[in-house]
Design a protein around this ligand. Structure first.
Ligand code: SF4
Length: 344
């Protein structure tokens, strides 16, 4: 099925759209259940091995949809973390990171090739956005890693390369596909979408998916510091962002996570901690302090451990739920802000 020059991949298609496809082609809509069962439950991807679909319909599906996959071309491992490099059909490359926790195995997927948001501390965003990922290129990161590792992944965070709300439709179709009870059936509450603060995206998201988690890359307690490290804040001021987040919480009744990368002498002072505590007072939220991972191309330094602990204490004393993120993947450049740093 063509969409402009792009032939839709079978992993781009939501269950409801697949039902409609079969109806439009004079077949029964329960064929969609059968096909989803093969693809997402039995993990059989070759149409020729799907016994209950007629040969005529198989030929039609082959003509209408691409059944090919992105390619996993490299895997690196460290304690409790694995990083995968994928090559897309046009030669572009993306990365995903698998993390092993006490509570499960989480996967961080990418949503774009490069990123236009330009966060100053981010290695992933140093290369400008090349293009959005198609839905299937996000779904296949999950399918290929589960198959390679013989595991069931939960939860998923859309926090790899890219700004998810800059690729809203494809990312949300990914959510629809992986949460379908006809297929992977992942609970909405096991998915987190992380944005650097794209307000129109948050507004759409609160109306479309009120059970999926939202994380905000905040990284500063005021516009002055945020402007220095996150260009997005020039378009969407902190006051407007916070008022949108309050609307989101009122509408969804969900707790929001604030990500805060600790950058030495930039956003890690005691005054910053107090300002952050004031900013977040009374908001149903949780703060994740992330020790920064230094990279050779970016001048920012990691905050000292004692500074991170002092920052943590101030938030805690002010009644803010806070944790210091356990560090994953520094040795394989899989840590936050390091994806795609050395893929080429
Ligand atoms: S932190 Fe996220 S939004 Fe910012 S440049 Fe990096 S990938 Fe893009």
């Amino acid at each position: 099925m063509k969409c402009g020059d792009y032939m839709k991949n079978i992993f781009d298609i939501t269950f409801e759209d697949l039902e409609q496809y079969f109806i439009d082609n004079n077949d029964k809509k329960f064929r969609a259940t059968q096909l989803y069962d093969f693809l997402y439950k039995k993990r059989i991807y070759n149409l020729d091995n799907m016994s209950n679909i007629s040969n005529v319909m198989k030929e039609k599906l082959k003509k209408d949809y691409d059944f090919s996959f992105i390619k996993m071309i490299k895997k690196q491992e460290d304690v409790d973390v694995k990083k995968y490099l994928f090559e897309l059909s046009d030669g572009n490359r993306i990365e995903s990171v698998l993390m092993f926790h006490d509570y499960g195995i989480s996967l961080c997927v990418s949503s774009q090739v490069g990123c236009n948001m330009g966060c100053a501390f981010c290695e992933s965003g140093r290369l400008k956005k090349v293009r959005n990922l198609q839905t299937h290129e996000i779904v296949e990161q999950l399918l290929l890693i589960e198959e390679k590792e013989h595991i069931k992944i939960t939860p998923i965070v859309v926090m790899g390369i890219g700004e998810p709300f800059d690729n809203y439709d494809n990312v949300m179709n990914f959510v629809r596909i992986v949460t379908s009870n006809k297929g992977i059936d992942l609970g909405c509450r096991h998915i987190t979408i992380s944005t650097c603060g794209v307000i129109p995206g948050i507004e759409r998201f609160m109306n479309d998916f009120n059970q999926v988690n939202l994380a905000i890359s905040l990284h500063a307690p005021n516009d002055k510091i945020r402007n220095e490290i996150m260009p997005i804040s020039k378009a969407y001021k902190l006051e407007e962002l916070m008022s949108t987040i309050k609307k989101y919480i009122a509408k969804t009744n969900r707790r929001v996570t604030f990500e805060y990368i600790m950058l030495k002498d930039i956003n890690d002072s005691i005054d910053c901690a107090k300002e952050l505590a004031t900013l977040l007072k009374g908001i149903n939220c949780y703060v994740n302090l992330i020790p920064y991972n230094e990279t050779e191309n970016i001048q920012f330094k990691r905050s000292k451990k004692v500074q991170i602990l002092a920052f943590y204490d101030i938030l805690k004393k002010n009644g803010i739920a806070v944790t210091i993120r356990r560090e994953f993947g520094g040795n394989v450049d899989a840590a936050c802000g390091q994806l795609r740093a050395k893929s080429y």
